[in-house]
Design a protein around this ligand. Structure first.
Ligand code: SF4
Ligand code: SF4
Length: 219
């Protein structure tokens, strides 16, 4: 599972840091490195761009996994350079941005847009596999998520626009329900195509969604 990001246009970042002259930079050694949006090379490129804009980069670090609890320790280890800065630019997904934000009081500026949680299909190729809806129906859709595979996010389909197995929104793409149909057919479970999936009840877990994994009894 990877958090898929793209870099914001530099003009947008520039606008966000308009009032700051001293900046600390943080990248992420996991997802943002894989997607080439916030690894060492991209952080160094950002440093150069900021320098060209007359900004002082007080320091930079690429945290192995910016969204985990190590982030607070890494910030503490680089405290002097971080304290010298007026803001931190984070080149990680929104989880990393929020993790940094919870470890530091000054402004935290995201340099990336977080697109989706994805699976890697091939080198550098990612696709959105799950919208984290909290009520998974993969067991009845042959393991293909209609929320993410269908352009309209339909739970019951196909829509009236499906054409020769292709999607009306993007004719290059297979209709999600064709994929589901073919897979169910292979599995001898075509009866599931007729099963109605009621609308998701997002009240089941109101936002912000939280959970706590309890320790096993007796340990
Ligand atoms: S139904 Fe789709 S979005 Fe919901 S949990 Fe399953 S895979 Fe994720
Ligand atoms: S054609 Fe299929 S994938 Fe495209 S929007 Fe309609 S149901 Fe969804």
């Amino acid at each position: 599972m990877k958090s898929i990001t793209k870099q914001k246009p530099f003009d947008e970042v520039k606008q966000l840091i308009e009032t700051f002259n001293r900046i600390y930079l943080i990248g992420c050694g996991t997802c943002a490195t894989m997607t080439k949006t916030g690894g060492i090379d991209e952080v160094q490129a950002m440093k150069e761009l900021l320098h060209d804009e007359g900004k002082l980069v007080t320091g930079w670090v690429v945290i192995p996994t910016a969204c985990d609890e190590m982030t607070a320790e890494m910030i503490a280890e680089n405290e002097k350079a971080v304290q010298d800065a007026q803001c931190i630019i984070v080149m990680a997904c929104a989880l990393g941005v929020q993790r940094v934000n919870s470890s530091w009081q000054k402004p935290v500026i995201p340099a990336l847009d977080t697109l989706f949680v994805g699976l890697e299909e091939g080198p550098g190729e990612f696709f959105e596999a799950c919208d984290q809806c909290g009520q998974c129906i993969l067991g009845e859709t042959a393991g293909i998520c209609p929320l993410t595979a269908c352009h309209k996010g339909l739970l019951n389909g196909p829509c009236g626009g499906t054409n020769n197995g292709k999607c009306e929104v993007d004719p290059e793409k297979d209709c999600a329900f064709t994929l589901i149909y073919e897979r169910l057919k292979e599995q001898g479970r075509l009866d599931l195509m007729r099963k109605y999936h009621p609308p998701k009840n997002y009240q089941v877990m109101p936002r912000p969604r939280k959970t706590m994994v309890l320790p096993e009894r007796g340990k």
